[in-house]
Structures are given as structure tokens and as C-alpha cells.
Ligand binder design. Structure first.
Ligand code: NDP
Length: 497
């Protein structure tokens, strides 16, 4: 007869009683020496780790990235070096503002965080389902996110805080408009595009740099909920997108995305009509056409959500040779804040957790720290240089030097060409890209959201935001004003410019 597995304490002692505590007599009291009872209760009390401050509610899946086109003239990154080459990936989708138990169908951007397990280390491309963001300077991030979370007094989400902040920060308009379109309530994680959002760089074998933007186009087609459908789904199934992803993969309907890039040379960047590193703007496709790169497929549900999704840690700082950063201020801020957040949430050794660990050999001299469970370098030297191991730095991996525009340190406000134009691109999106139905839904969604603005500053906030809408597109401004019952006087039109 096959031997059963034995129930053990955490220290491995086979145990004999898992349901009844040891008591003095049948009616108790419970004896202090029932240490398995203590172990069960104490471990349970410690099951939660801090949830992510943003992107707390998420879903993940493993998959494969396959190269379909040769981009070696732009990058020497090994994962792109051969057509047909496959790299294992982990993709984590998320909402942004809600807590871990919040609904998947909230109006919110969706996180699109990808980890490529490459032979040159893990490359994390940590983007969203939108190509732009609400702000262009990381100093604003904490303030902005506070407005998306709970009001300090009511502990409720507050449309007043949101629209107050957005109306005082017109650079948010582009992202606000996308958020307020039906793309703010995607049908599922399978039916949205992913964007690296920031400008990054690619470096080729000749050590030449170009600037790049990454786009993942869904092969399932864009599909969105209307505002009503999303609200209804909140009540019916808060975990709709999680369930959809798992069930699709279980049915072997593996979701796919086409990876495409836009490329800009340094010369083009210098003379471009606005700052190409500004995260609130896109590069027009007509000037920087999409170049095919490869296909991403999700085909494996993680076996354990906590181990492989909750403990997954993505950081834009994690790039590989052939891919680099850019001067995008938001990216620069995230280079610090993401690893910092993971050190707080998971500990200094978060990159040793199996889902985050590079599956290829890693050599360095970082040792010790809480929860070091990977052997800690064994008896190898823990300092460098040393006379004992043969670990070398390799100059072939050096990036080209970068010429800086200025060495004058200052707190630059927007003063570059086009930097104050927060209106042309949202205007183009509303007037030229959206169809009649998109426009009608967007206006309806904005009106519904702005109706929640309350308190003594209500009129000021509404008028300020209306001016931004008018500056982007007169039909947009008029539509929202009419929906809110605001009378548009010639003075208002004049003020809106
Ligand atoms: P294009 O007509 O070449 O591209 C328009 C893009 O807009 C497509 O990628 C389309 O995505 C996307 N799109 C359509 N509806 C929405 C929506 N409601 N919210 C967000 N994106 C949407 O135009 P341009 O490149 O000249 O850009 C015009 C405007 O399109 C931009 O100002 C920007 O607002 C938006 N846009 C541009 C992107 C870019 O990288 N150039 C990327 C995304 C949006 P899809 O093909 O998947 O339907």
C-alpha cells in the first residue's frame, strides 16, 4: 500500500492532531504547550504582506515572446538576435488606484508589466494600457495618486479630489481623455493594448543609440465595457478579469499581442517640435511608423498566485544589454521608486524570490539580509576584486556615452518647445481618431464622473476643467458643458481661448 504523506509542523516534525487543541480535561483550558496551535495561529496572522501602493489588484500569466522580425540594426539585446528565438515571460496586469480586493472593471488605466527572463538578465518593461500618463514629473506622483485614493476624512473615493487635481494640472488632459473614453473600462485583460509608455533607448552592436517606444497590440481586438456595463460587472463579479484570463488559458485560447516599436534618432529628437521624452505625449505614427518585432503569447497560469504574482516584482530599472533608459523624468523617478517599493514590500532580497530570480547564472558580491534563502553565495568570496574567483567586468557591455544638453542644475519648469501644449494631442484623439460613438460615450463618461464633484469649490473646478476640454476641442467642451448643464457664455469661450 502506498504510504501517505505525513502532516508536519513547519520544522518537519510529523504531527498527529490538526483539529483539536490540547486541553486540561475535555472542557479546557487550552495548554500553552500546544505549539502546533501557536504555529498555525501565528503564521496565519502573518499571511499578508504590504499590498502595492498602486497596482495592488492584479492578475498574471506566464508565456512566450517570439521574435518575428530582425531589429538587430537597432539593438544588440540577445533576446532579439535571431528570428524565431523564444524567451519566457511573465505578464502582470492590474488596475491602479484600487486596493487588492477592488473590482477589476473600475475606470482606471490598466498596468501591463512584463518580465522577460533573458540570458543577459531579467528585462522588465513596466507599462500601462495607455501610451501616456497623467503627469510628466515624478515629484508630482504622490500628490496625484493621493487624489485617486481615498479622501482623508470620508475615507471614500472623491471625484472632487480627482477633478481638482486634474484641472490644476492640464498636462493630465491627454491621459484623462483616454481614461474617460471606453478604453478606461476594458472588457478584459486580453482585449487591451500594452505600451512601454516611456521613451527608452536601444543600443546596437556598433554601440549606437536610438530612442524607442514599445507597443503591444492585442490580437484579440480592442473590446471595452460601456460605463454601465462596467458598473454592473462590479456588482456581479469583482474578479471578472482575473477569471477571464485564467479560463481563457485553461481553454487553450492563448492571448497574443504583436510587439511593435517606434524609433527616433538622436538627431530627430533634438529637432523634434516637442520634448520626445515627455510622458504626456505620443510620437505620431505617421512620422514614426510602427516596426514589427515579435509576438507575445500567454499560455501558462501561475500555479500559485501569491508565490508567482503577488511576490512578482517589476522595475523599469531592470533592463538588459542593448536596451537603455532615456531622460524621461518619470522614467528616471521610477528607476528609484520601483526597486525601493519592492525592498519595502518584499525585502532586500526580493530578486532571490523564485519568480523574480534570473534563471541564468548570476554572480555578484551582495550577501546576507533578511530572508536570504538561496545559499547566499556559499563559500565564494564576498568582495571584489579578489584573488580567488574569476569573475570579471566586461567592457563589451558598456553603453555609449551621452552628450548632455546642459550642465546647469535647476528646477526646470516646462520651457521647452511645445512643452506647454497639453491640448493638440487630446484634441486630435477626440476630433480625428474617435468615431461618433466613441465621442458620445466619452462625453457621457466625463459628465457622469464630473457630476460627483461636490463642495464649495465645485463650480471653480468644473469651470477650470471645462476650459481645458474647450482648448482641446470645442465639440468636447460643448458636449461636457451641456451634459453638466453649464451655460456657455461668450466670456467662457473667450477664457477657454
Ligand atoms: P493614428 O491614427 O496613427 O493612431 C491612433 C491611435 O489611437 C491608434 O493606435 C489607436 O489604437 C488609438 N486609439 C483609438 N482610440 C483610442 C482611445 N479611445 N484611446 C486611446 N487610444 C485610442 O494617430 P497618431 O499616431 O497621429 O495619434 C493621434 C492620437 O491618437 C494621439 O494624439 C493619441 O491621442 C492617440 N494615440 C496615439 C498613439 C501613438 O503612439 N501615436 C498610441 C495610442 C493612441 P488601436 O490601433 O489599437 O485601435
Amino acid at each position: 500500500m502506498a504510504e501517505h504523506k505525513k502532516l508536519n509542523t513547519a520544522s518537519g516534525r510529523p504531527y498527529y492532531e490538526n483539529e483539536n487543541s490540547m486541553t486540561a480535561g475535555a472542557r479546557g483550558p487550552v495548554l500553552l504547550q500546544d505549539v502546533f496551535l501557536h504555529e498555525k495561529m501565528a503564521h496565519f496572522n502573518r499571511e499578508r504582506i504590504p499590498e502595492r501602493v498602486v497596482h495592488a489588484k492584479g492578475s498574471g500569466a506566464f508565456g512566450t515572446f517570439t521574435v518575428t522580425n530582425d531589429i538587430s540594426k537597432y539593438t544588440r539585446a540577445k533576446l532579439f538576435n535571431t528570428i524565431g528565438k523564444q524567451t519566457r515571460v511573465l505578464l502582470r496586469f492590474s488596475t491602479v488606484g484600487g486596493e487588492k480586493g477592488s473590482a477589476d472593471t473600475e475606470r482606471d488605466p490598466r498596468g501591463f508589466a512584463l518580465k522577460f527572463y533573458t540570458e543577459d538578465g531579467n528585462w522588465d518593461l513596466v507599462g500601462n494600457n495607455t501610451p501616456v500618463f497623467f503627469i510628466k514629473d515624478p515629484k508630482k506622483f504622490g500628490d496625484f495618486i493621493h487624489t485617486q485614493k481615498r479622501d482623508p476624512r470620508s475615507n471614500c473615493k472623491s471625484p472632487t479630489m480627482m477633478w481638482d487635481y486634474w484641472s490644476l494640472n492640464p498636462e493630465s488632459l491627454h491621459q484623462v481623455l483616454i481614461l474617460m473614453s471606453d478604453r478606461g473600462t476594458p472588457y478584459s485583460y486580453r482585449h487591451l493594448n500594452g505600451y512601454g509608455s516611456h521613451t527608452f533607448s536601444l543600443i546596437n552592436a556598433a554601440n549606437e543609440r536610438v530612442w524607442v517606444k514599445f507597443h503591444f497590440k492585442t490580437q484579440q481586438g480592442i473590446k471595452n465595457f460601456t460605463d454601465n456595463e462596467a458598473s454592473r460587472m462590479k456588482g456581479m463579479d469583482a474578479d471578472w478579469a482575473q477569471r477571464d484570463l485564467v479560463e481563457a488559458i485553461d481553454r487553450q485560447e492563448f492571448p497574443k499581442w504583436a510587439l511593435k516599436i517606434q524609433v527616433m534618432t538622436d538627431e530627430q529628437a533634438k529637432t523634434f517640435r516637442w520634448n520626445p521624452f515627455d510622458l504626456t505625449k505620443v510620437w505620431p505614427h505617421s512620422e514614426f511608423p510602427l516596426i514589427d518585432v515579435g509576438t507575445l503569447e500567454l499560455n501558462e497560469v501561475p500555479r500559485n498566485y501569491f508565490a508567482e504574482v503577488e511576490q512578482s516584482a517589476f522595475a523599469p530599472a531592470h533592463v538588459v544589454d542593448g536596451v537603455g533608459y532615456s531622460p524621461d523624468k518619470m522614467l528616471q523617478g521610477r528607476l528609484l521608486s520601483y526597486p525601493d517599493a519592492h525592498r519595502y514590500r518584499l525585502g532586500a532580497n526580493y530578486e532571490q524570490i523564485p519568480v523574480n530570480r534570473c534563471p541564468f547564472a548570476v554572480h555578484n558580491y551582495q550577501r546576507d539580509g533578511a530572508m536570504r534563502v538561496d545559499g547566499n553565495g556559499g563559500s565564494d568570496p564576498n568582495y571584489w576584486p579578489n584573488s580567488f574567483d574569476d569573475i570579471q567586468v566586461d567592457p563589451a557591455y558598456k553603453e555609449p556615452a551621452q552628450v548632455l544638453e546642459s550642465t546647469l542644475a535647476d528646477w526646470y519648469d516646462r520651457n521647452g518647445a511645445g512643452d506647454n501644449d497639453h491640448y493638440s494631442q487630446p484634441g486630435a484623439l477626440f476630433d480625428k481618431v474617435m468615431n461618433d460613438e466613441d465621442r458620445a460615450h466619452t462625453i457621457n463618461n466625463i459628465v457622469g464622473a464630473m457630476k460627483g464633484i461636490s463642495g464649495p469649490k465645485r463650480i471653480d473646478i468644473i469651470n477650470r476643467q471645462l476650459c481645458h476640454f474647450f482648448r482641446a476641442s470645442v465639440p468636447l467642451g460643448l458636449g461636457v458643458a451641456q451634459g453638466l448643464g453649464v451655460e456657455i457664455t461668450p466670456e467662457v469661450m473667450q477664457h477657454a481661448g
